[in-house]
Design a protein around this ligand. Sequence first.
Ligand code: SAM
Length: 274
Amino acid sequence: MAQPTEGRAPAYIDTSKASIARVYDYALGGKDNYEVDRETIERVRKVAPEVNQLAIDNRAFLIRASRFIATQTSITQFLDCGSGLPTAENTHQVVQRLQPEARVVYVDNDPTVIAHGRALLEDNELTHFSAADIRDPQAVFSDPAVDGFLDLDQPVALFQIGTIHHFEDSDRPQKIMADYVERLAPGSMVAIAHFFDPENADSDLARRMEQVFVHSPMGSGRFRTMAEIQGLFPGLEMVDPGVVPCYRWWPDGPQLGPEDAVQRCIVGGVGIKK
Ligand code: SAM
C-alpha cells in the first residue's frame, strides 16, 4: 500500500474534516489523504476488517461498466458524477482507449479534487471537469463544461458510482435521479454503485458499517435497500443481470478466492433509457 501524504497540507485543504474523496483514496491504497481521512476507514475496519473491499469492488465496477458501454454501445459521451481523486485507471483513460473520440466530463465539488485532481483528470481536449454539486442536476447540466461540450440531445452515459450513498434521504436521491433521467436523450445509460443493506443475515454488518460511517469524521455512507436502490433507476430498462453485488456484475472471470460479507454490501447496475 502506498505511503500516505503527511504534514504538508495546502491552504485550501481543511485537515480537520474528512473528505469523501480522500477517505476513498485511502481505502483504495492511495496517498492523497490525511489522518482524519484514515480515521474513518480505521473505525469501520473495527466492525468490518475487509472494509477496503467496498472501495475496490466499487472501482472495479466503474471500470467494467465503462468498458461495457464503450465496447457494446455507440455512446461516446460520458458524464461521470463524483469523479474522485485521480487513480490508476480513470474513466477517460478506460473509454478513450476503446473509443478514442469519446468525450468525458467529470463533476466533483471536493476542494482537493478541484485543486489538483482537475489538472490530472483534464489531460486532453476531449476531457473536461465541472465543479458542481451533483445533487443539483440543473446545475450540472447547465454548467458550460457540460452543456457546451456534451450534446445532450444525443445519448450520454451518466455515472453515479459510489456517490449517492453520500446523499441524505432528505436530499431525495430518487427525485434527483428522476431529474437526471428526464433530461437524458433516449439510448442514454445510467450506471450506479451504492452501499447496500441486503435485508438478510448480512444486514447487521451493513447497518454497523453505516453507523460508523455516519458518525465518523466523514459523516456519510447510507446502506440502502434493494427497493431504494432500484428507485434510483426510474423508468429505465435494466441491463442483465440488474442490480447485483458489484463484484458479480460481469466479472472478468470466476472469483477464485473466498468472498467476504462486505462484498455483498455494495451493489451496482446499469439501466438504459428507451
Ligand atoms: N466515482 C468514483 C469511483 O467510483 O471511483 C469516486 C467515488 S468517491 C467514493 C465519491 C466522490 O463523489 C467523491 O470524490 C466526492 O467528492 C464526490 N461527491 C460526493 N457528493 C458530492 C456532491 N454533492 N457534489 C459533487 N461531488 C460529490
